[in-house]
Ligand binder design. Structure first.
Ligand code: B12
Length: 216
């Protein structure tokens, strides 16, 4: 998308200014900008805030503020996302969660939003989800696809553990598993026992669409 870090949306996130962010997002929506591009500009802002946090230039309370205003921006964009990419049909079902030990949920929330907009039913298990909770949800909901979100390198073991639990329950052949998040960027899916790894929500959405099309 050729992202620049000097857009009003990115700047409003890095300056932690909720009002500026809401105005900038509304202006972009009014100008007919692609909602995915708007979200990506906000995501870039989060990346910058995260980098500054790592260097000690941003405090934890400020990082949390950035998360909070980012979530508000997502809410503002959601109806346009539905309009532009939405469909009323229920094309398939996805069970998704952030793996055990992890509470990062912004990336997952974006994926959930995109999937719902694309017409899929999504069961969001939330964060810090135990392997047995995925297993129970697969048994109960009968999804075609399971999504695991993981940002921490240490969570890779949790991804493996979750896949093992699904295999041990005998449910693995019923589902495709996609693992997403920064920790998954260049990980070999076979090494984790999943069908796909990605750190890109749009790419993940495309993969899930392809799987759903094969299953129907
Ligand atoms: C915000 C943030 C937090 C917030 C989270 C708030 C929340 N409600 O989510 C708070 C402050 C709570 C936090 C806590 C911690 N964090 Co933190 N955090 C971040 C930060 C700055 C941004 C993450 C984010 O939300 N980005 C915006 C979203 C939209 O992008 P995304 O997550 O990459 O998601 C995209 C893709 O990855 C993908 N995706 C994500 N999930 C999925 C799932 C599927 C199925 C698919 C298809 C795609 C997909 O789609 C999204 C859109 O494209 C990152 C730094 C960074 N640059 O990523 C660190 C980062 C992830 N955190 C880190 C760490 C270490 C921690 C802590 C351990 C810190 C500590 N010492 O306590 C704790 C962990 C707590 C825990 N147990 O989980 C490290 C992880 C390092 C590592 N390799 O392990 C990072 C990378 C910072 C760093 N450089 O060190 N964090």
């Amino acid at each position: 998308m050729g992202l620049k870090d000097d857009t009003p949306i990115t700047r409003a996130i890095t300056s932690l200014d909720r009002d500026d962010l809401m105005q900038a997002v509304q202006a972009a929506l009014d100008a007919g900008q692609d909602p995915l591009e708007i979200v990506d500009q906000a995501r870039l802002g989060m990346e910058i805030v995260g980098r500054d946090f790592d260097c000690g230039d941003v405090f934890l309370v400020e990082l949390i503020r950035a998360v909070e205003i980012f979530q508000r921006a997502l809410k503002l964009v959601a109806p346009r996302m539905k309009e532009r990419y939405g469909s009323m049909d229920r094309l398939g079902k996805v069970v998704i969660g952030t793996v055990s030990g992890e509470i990062h949920d912004l990336g997952k929330s974006i994926v959930v939003g995109l999937l719902r907009c694309a017409g899929y039913e999504v069961v969001d298990l939330g964060v810090d989800v135990l392997p047995q909770d995925y297993v129970q949800a697969i048994r109960r909901e009968q999804p075609q696809v399971v999504g695991l979100s993981a940002m921490l390198t240490t969570a890779l073991e949790e991804v493996r553990g979750t896949v093992h639990a699904i295999e041990a329950s005998g449910l693995r052949p019923q589902v495709k598993i996609i693992a997403g998040g920064v920790a998954l960027a260049k990980k070999d899916p076979a090494d984790l026992g999943v069908d796909c790894t990605t750190n890109n929500a749009i790419q993940g959405l495309q993969v899930i669409k392809d799987w759903m099309a094969q299953k129907s």
